[in-house]
Design a binder for this molecule. Structure first.
Ligand code: GDP
Length: 454
């Protein structure tokens, strides 16, 4: 999305609803003159940048509200433009009028993400950080928020920049070989050193890619799937697990009709709870359909709760399903512990838990166990860089292919130009992540670092 960037934009920055306070943001070169038309400081005092000023909002001489104004003078603002925040009472009626009067005074309604877009365009943040702003605002779990904040603070960006510097340096050296060696009989870098540097870059990219799985589990949440034959109590358990937690997070409509999915928070994690949607009727085709859906859910799952009915004896159908979940992290959950015939056997030789979806017995313990499993699997200690974004992973994978190709051509003793093409490709890829321009960087590096003196 490309926005007009010359004008001054304004928007309500707080949720639309009644609250103690509501904030309006204005950014652009005319922020100050526009705001001055609607805001009158108390005692006619002057507005000093970065200092809260109390005053009134007036429109056509009518007072709308009392308000507190902060003027962030450029470039020390979120957008690096002149930016003003007006905080008044959090009533949509008031906020709409304030915004309306700012628009009448010359501001334009901002589009979604436009403030952050300007921050990016003006070089305050890169694309990784811009994405993190959104991740932080929409985070549903403590770890999601922590990961997003790390990225917003530029910790991941720095890793990408280090990677780019490595690419640029090697490109520059190879370019130096090509451009200058013939005249000056000077080799900037030999084959062994090229190889060493390439391997180091490959190891760095692989290292970053290696963090993706844990990053994904934090950002997307753990997919926890309920698997078991019909009537063991999966749906009941689904609801019992969600009972206290669902309300915390925003429900998003399911994107598939093949299974049910609900989001909940558990400890520091977001959990996406999955259940095969009610395939109840009998008949071979329907059964096939049920198996297909179950397989789909199993494939998606990061953890499987394998549900058995403890009031009966497990049969071949349970065994067949159990085999389907081979290779996945899984717990056995014996359900219906409230029934008199309940028996928890050491079926499949795995540790198990007993619950009653009906009475709620054991549900809290089950939640704790899932939580413990997630903590152990992810072991997030607030580290600086975890790749959590699928787009970043895809770009890095493609950069890795280019690097490997470059390595191959160097090993085969092919002309350096071949490796250069691949390195440029890899550099361009990582630049897509951060939103940097690449060609200029290379030239700048050559001329500023090498002192070639031409
Ligand atoms: P699903 O087909 O695996 O999703 O199973 P449902 O959740 O629909 O449950 C099947 C039947 O078992 C329903 O009649 C439930 O009321 C019952 N049920 C589920 N969990 C329990 C439980 O913990 N105790 C008892 N007594 N009945 C249960």
């Amino acid at each position: 999305m490309v926005f007009e960037t010359e004008d001054t934009i304004a928007a309500i920055a707080t949720p639309y609803g009644r609250s103690a306070l509501g904030t309006i943001r204005i950014s652009g070169s005319d922020s100050f003159p526009i705001t001055s038309k609607v805001f009158v400081a108390r005692n006619d005092s002057a507005i000093t940048p970065y200092r809260p000023t109390l005053g009134r909002i007036l429109t056509q001489s009518r007072e709308i509200d009392e308000a507190l104004l902060i003027y962030f003078q450029k470039p020390h603002s979120y957008t690096k433009e002149d930016l003003i925040e007006i905080t008044c009472h959090g009533n949509p009626l008031i906020l709409d009028q304030v915004l309306g009067s700012l628009v009448s005074a010359g501001a334009r309604h901002a589009k979604p993400g436009e403030f952050t877009y300007r921050a990016f365009l003006n070089g305050r943040i890169d694309l990784v950080q811009a994405g993190a702003v959104n991740d932080l605002i929409t985070a549903d779990s403590v770890y999601q928020a922590e990961l997003a904040l790390n990225q917003l603070e530029g910790k991941l960006s720095r890793r990408f920049q280090e990677l780019r510097s490595g690419f640029i340096e090697l490109i520059s050296l190879l370019e130096g070989n090509i451009d200058f060696s013939e005249e000056q009989h000077y080799n900037f870098i030999d084959k062994t050193e090229t190889n060493r540097r390439l391997n180091e870059l490959i190891a760095q990219v692989e290292g970053l890619l290696g963090t993706f799985e844990r990053g994904r589990l934090i950002r997307e949440g753990f997919h926890v799937a309920l698997v078991g034959k019909p009537n063991v109590g999966k749906s009941s358990l689904f609801n019992a697990l969600l009972e206290e937690s669902r309300a915390i997070v925003t429900a998003i409509p399911g994107t598939t009709r093949d299974y049910l999915r609900e989001r909940m928070t558990l400890g520091n994690f977001l959990v996406q709870l999955l259940d095969t949607a009610g395939v109840r009727e009998s008949g071979e085709e329907i059964e096939q359909e049920g198996i297909r859906r179950t397989r789909q859910v199993i494939a998606k799952a990061d953890l499987i709760l394998f549900v058995l009915d403890g009031s009966g004896v497990p049969d071949d159908q349970d065994t067949a399903l159990w085999q389907e979940t081979e290779g996945k992290d899984r717990f056995i959950v014996w359900n219906k512990s409230d029934l008199s015939g309940f028996r928890e056997s050491d079926w499949a030789g795995e540790a198990s838990m007993r619950v009653s979806a009906m009475t709620g017995n054991g549900i809290q313990e089950l939640r704790s166990r899932i939580q413990k499993h997630m903590e152990e699997r992810v072991r997030f200690n607030g580290e600086d860089f975890l790749i959590s974004n699928v787009r970043h992973r895809e770009i890095l994978e493609s950069a890795l292919l280019s690097l490997r190709r470059a390595g191959e051509s160097v090993k085969k003793g092919m002309s350096e130009e071949f490796a250069m093409v691949d390195l440029h490709q890899a550099l361009g890829k990582v630049g897509e992540i951060t939103g940097d321009v690449t060609i200029e960087d290379v030239y700048q590096h050559i001329f500023s670092n090498f002192c070639i003196g031409k």
